[in-house]
Each structure stands twice: as structure tokens, then as C-alpha cells.
Design a protein around this ligand. Structure first.
Ligand SMILES: [Zn+2]
Length: 292
């Protein structure tokens, strides 16, 4: 089942739905950081919901950044998703493996609840929009549901899951977010509550071979599909990008770096790739600044 996000509406347009299959996204993130299962699940869930949020963006370069810091052993989790479907992120400690007595991964214990979820929407305007809520369970789905309700005043059902196999790889991941639009009728509210009560874990539905559209039709038979969007793990960092950030340093600092002759080494915080700039590169950057 290929990764994608499907956007739909149901109940005569009173409920807006996003369903996501993100197995490959979560698996790529796991591979990238060699995550243990609970870290893989926590990061995969955060990437999935953030990707869903970004699927509503209008332009490729707009982005959503979610930061979860619950002071649990997993540390800070960050996910960034672009309007074009590129998603990247990281987790403070990729080596967490905590399970409950029933064998389910204990994401809440790994993430912790003593902290916040912050969502920042950068729509290319001067001021990015930012909302912060206290973490509720650290399970991530409920935390985002709380964020939608409190910070965006949109009551939402958020189901998100990552299935990690005993050998450590992600075999299924996905999310279902259903939101009541302003002025939704009592029938729509009841319908959504019923879905919330009866819904199977999304990762299980994906594992069974259901596409994002299948999952929507399963729970919202009258759904009208509005849009399908691609989603993928992709960092998007480049030498040129870091060259532009170096050019933002002031001239004196650049000159100082040139004088000490050691060049600059920059590590991408998302993918860990190293970019090296020697003294000649730094001279070029400073030179182009002085000419500008
Ligand atoms: Zn990178």
C-alpha cells in the first residue's frame, strides 16, 4: 500500500476527514535513526499527524512544525512537513523500548506528560502562527486531538498508529483525523462520536491492506473524496541552503572564520548530513556579500 493522504468530507460536508497511510514514511524515519520500537512509534505518529496537517497547505514551501516535549526518556520529538509532502523530523533518544504488560508499545511513558505540544504554521507570512497545549497522555493522538480542540477550536477525532514488528521494522502506519466543522448538527456530532467508539486502530487497518480511501469509506459511507496528496520522508537540505545560512552571518564573523583558517562544518539537524565549507568557500560567501 503506497503512502498517501486522502482528504474527504462526510455527513453532508459537516465532517472533514483526513486519512493517511504512512508506512514507508515511518519506516524510513526508523531506518534513518536506527530507532528502537517505542521511539519508532513515537516519531512515526508525530510525523504522520504533522504530514496530515501539512496536506491542507496551499503552497509547496509552506510548512508545519510540531514539537513535543514531555520530559520523558524519548526527549524532544520534532516533525516538519512541507506543503509539497516532504516530511522530516527527529527524536531526542531513538533507543527507547518500553512496552506495557499487554505487549503494546508504551509511547506515553516514553514521551512523558510533563510538557507541551507546540504546532507552528509557517505560511510565508511575516509572523508564523503558533499554538501550544499541555500534553494530555503523551500518546500523541490524544495530544493532537486536544491541540485541535483547544488551539484551533475544532473538535477532532485523531487516530494514529505505527505497527512495529518483533524484528524492529515498521509494517504499517497511518492516521485518521475527523473534524467537526463549525455549526455541525447534532447528528454529525453523534456520528463522529460513534466512529470514535467503534474505530479499529488505524495501523491494524493499514496492516490488513486497506488504503486511505478504504479506511474513510469504512467509517464514513457517504464520504466525498476531495483530494489525494503524496507524502514522503525527504530532508531537502543542500549545500546551497547552508551556504545561504552562512551568508546570514555578519561580515565580521565571516572574516573571523576566514582568518582562523579552519573552515566551517555544518551538520543538518534533521538528517545528520555534514556539509563542509573551506576557507575559499567562506571567502566567496563574504565576497558576494560585500559586492551585494
Ligand atoms: Zn538534511
Amino acid at each position: 500500500m503506497k503512502d498517501e493522504i486522502v482528504i474527504a468530507e462526510a455527513c453532508g460536508g459537516e465532517i472533514r476527514i483526513h486519512a493517511a497511510v504512512t508506512t514507508e514514511l515511518a519506516e524510513q524515519a526508523r531506518l534513518h535513526y536506527q530507532c528502537m520500537p517505542t521511539s519508532a512509534a513515537a516519531l512515526g505518529r508525530t510525523l504522520t499527524v504533522t504530514a496530515v496537517m501539512a496536506s491542507d497547505l496551499k503552497n509547496d514551501e509552506e510548512k508545519i512544525v510540531s514539537v513535543i516535549n514531555g520530559h520523558g526518556p524519548a526527549g524532544t520529538i520534532l516533525a516538519q512537513a512541507m506543503g509539497n509532502g516532504d516530511v522530516r523530523g527527529f527524536i531526542g533518544d531513538p533507543n527507547i523500548y518500553l512496552a506495557r504488560e499487554d505487549g503494546h508499545l508504551d509511547v506515553g511513558a516514553a514521551v512523558g506528560t510533563d510538557g507541551t505540544l507546540t504546532v507552528t504554521k509557517d505560511l510565508g507570512l511575516k509572523e508564523p502562527f503558533s499554538g501550544v497545549v499541555r500534553l494530555q497522555t503523551g500518546e500523541i493522538g490524544q495530544d493532537f486531538a486536544y491541540y485541535y480542540t483547544i488551539s484551533e477550536q475544532t473538535p477532532s477525532l485523531v487516530g494514529v498508529g505505527v505497527l512495529v514488528e518483533p524484528d524492529g521494522h515498521v509494517s504499517a502506519a497511518g492516521g485518521l483525523i475527523a473534524q467537526l466543522l463549525p455549526g455541525a448538527s447534532e447528528e454529525a456530532v453523534e456520528f463522529a462520536e460513534n466512529v470514535s467508539r467503534t474505530m479499529k486502530p488505524v495501523s491494524q487497518l493499514v496492516k490488513e491492506g486497506n488504503s486511505a480511501e478504504d479506511i474513510i469509506r469504512m467509517y464514513f459511507p457517504d464520504a466525498v473524496i476531495l483530494e489525494k496528496r503524496d507524502v514522503r520522508w525527504h530532508c531537502g537540505c543542500s549545500r546551497e541552503r547552508f551556504m545561504r545560512s552562512l551568508a546570514l552571518l555578519n561580515n565580521d564573523d565571516l572574516q573571523e572564520m576566514i582568518d582562523d583558517g579552519r573552515g566551517a562544518e555544518i551538520r543538518c539537524q534533521y538528517c545528520g548530513h555534514y556539509y563542509n565549507f573551506d576557507t575559499e568557500d567562506l571567502k566567496l560567501i563574504l565576497g558576494s556579500k560585500l559586492r551585494a
